[in-house]
Design a protein around this ligand. Structure first.
Ligand code: GTP
Ligand code: MG
Length: 418
């Protein structure tokens, strides 16, 4: 339908769920940062007033919140969605990724091509560049074909990671914070556990690329079993690639498809228990031709002839679009959950620390105020009492004086009479 087409092309992509969540949570943490700043100023004043309203530890804790919030903001700015592509050599991993990137970025070819991990991520710079392990010096990739040749000069271990920084403006997937990892063929690399340890633990989605001419292999299964042991409920997609090969044998398509589907579902559902069969058959397995998808999409018309499509290419291309839509829904939902749930909880924690502290101070100063009022009332009462005493004292004094003066008067009169 139209929404699906939109999502593949532009603004309504499910990936926007992640980018929107990222913008929103950044705004929230900026507000928290202002709130923390205000609280710090307030507590400075409270501390200066020296009325024992705040313990020293609390004061320090609140002061440190500022740094904590800044740290979280910088983590959020680097948060991304990560997908790892894997499978046997020559199944078409790099071609699939290029088709999704809509450009021939990764080197592809016959035989064993990708010889280490390649991570493609976005840069705000206008020109692409490559970062190789053990060096901070960016190597420029002046033309498209050069990622391969820039790499062939390097001596790299199969489990080392090369980063390809690709201009965000050139590619929608990268602009929307997707990081793609290409891997060397799973059959030619020795240490799968180390692979998973080093490159896969923070992945949101795994895409297994299989050649439809062959079948899922023991090495691929073993890899996914290990992944499933390390990560609870990993998101796995299976792409049956090179489906264009069936154009030569149209009478076989349905039965071959059913056979692949059965094996794939058996593995995903009965062995790994990732999801039920219905869900897996609709949302997790796709029959595609990465080669055709790349041919249709590659923006550079000179780089490859737009020929070589076999019968049924429209269906295969529709299925490729379908896969991308499901992939985008899955990766953005997972990334939002795993990354932003944590941030949200931290934000709540910070706010409740601030709220508790300020309301403690308010309560405490309220108590102090009440004590002061009580003191005033007490003093008032004392005053009144004193006044009453004074008054009665003066009364007595007057009486006495009257008494004395009367007495004196009497005596004077007496003396005069005498
Ligand atoms: P390694 O990097 O060596 O592990 O291989 P890879 O999985 O990255 O495969 P790559 O994308 O380099 O593709 C290998 C060869 O298969 C290339 O010549 C591609 O053009 C070809 N190829 C890839 N996808 C398809 C497809 O869907 N149909 C056909 N017919 N050929 C394809
Ligand atoms: Mg490759």
């Amino acid at each position: 339908g139209p929404s699906r087409q939109d999502s593949v092309n532009n603004a309504n992509s499910p990936l926007k769920l992640f980018t929107h969540a990222k913008t929103t949570i950044t705004e929230i943490f900026k507000s928290i940062s202002v709130y923390v700043g205000d609280a710090n100023k307030f507590l400075d004043d409270v501390n200066k007033s020296d009325r024992n309203l705040l313990t020293n530890e609390k004061y320090k804790e609140i002061q440190q919140l500022k740094e904590k919030v800044n740290r979280i903001l910088s983590i959020i700015s680097r948060d991304h969605m990560k997908v790892v592509f894997f499978g046997r050599t020559s199944n078409g991993k790099s071609t699939t990724m290029n088709a999704m990137l809509r450009e021939r970025i990764l080197p592809v070819g016959m035989g064993h091509t990708t010889n280490c991990f390649l991570q493609i991520e976005g840069t705000d710079k206008a020109e692409p560049y490559v970062l190789t392990p053990g060096s901070d010096e960016p190597k420029s990739v002046s033309s498209l074909g050069n990622v391969g040749s820039a790499l062939s000069r390097e001596k790299l271990d199969s489990d080392s990671l090369v980063k390809i920084l690709w201009p965000k403006e050139k590619c929608r997937l990268i602009r929307d914070d997707v990081v793609l990892v290409d891997s060397p063929g799973i059959d030619v690399s020795a240490n799968l556990d180390q692979w998973i340890e080093q490159h896969c633990l923070d992945a949101d989605v795994f895409v297994l690329v299989i050649s439809a001419e062959a079948t899922i292999t023991v090495a691929e299964k073993k890899f996914l079993h290990n992944v499933a042991q390390r990560l609870s409920n990993p998101n796995i997609f299976i792409l049956m690639n090179r489906w264009d090969a069936t154009a030569n044998e149209p009478e076989m398509v349905d039965s071959v498809r059913q056979q692949h589907l059965d094996r794939g579902l058996e593995f995903l559902c009965d062995e790994l228990h990732i999801c039920d069969r219905q869900e897996a058959s609709e949302h997790r397995m796709f029959f595609i031709s990465a080669r055709e998808a790349l041919l249709k999409r590659n923006k550079d018309p000179t780089s490859s002839p737009r020929t070589g499509f076999s019968d049924g290419h429209e269906e295969r291309f529709a299925e490729f679009n379908n896969f991308e839509h499901e992939f985008e829904k899955c990766i953005s939902k997972t990334a939002v959950q795993t990354k932003f749930e944590q941030h949200t909880n931290r934000g709540k924690e910070i706010i409740s620390i601030l709220r508790d502290t300020t309301s403690n101070i308010a309560n405490r100063s309220q108590t102090l105020k009440q004590e002061a009022v009580q003191k005033l009332t007490d003093m008032d009462e004392k005053n009144n009492k004193l006044e009453r005493e004074l008054r009665s004292m003066t009364e007595t004094a007057k009486d006495k004086i009257r008494h004395v003066s009367e007495d004196v008067y009497k005596r004077v009169a007496q003396t005069l009479n005498d």
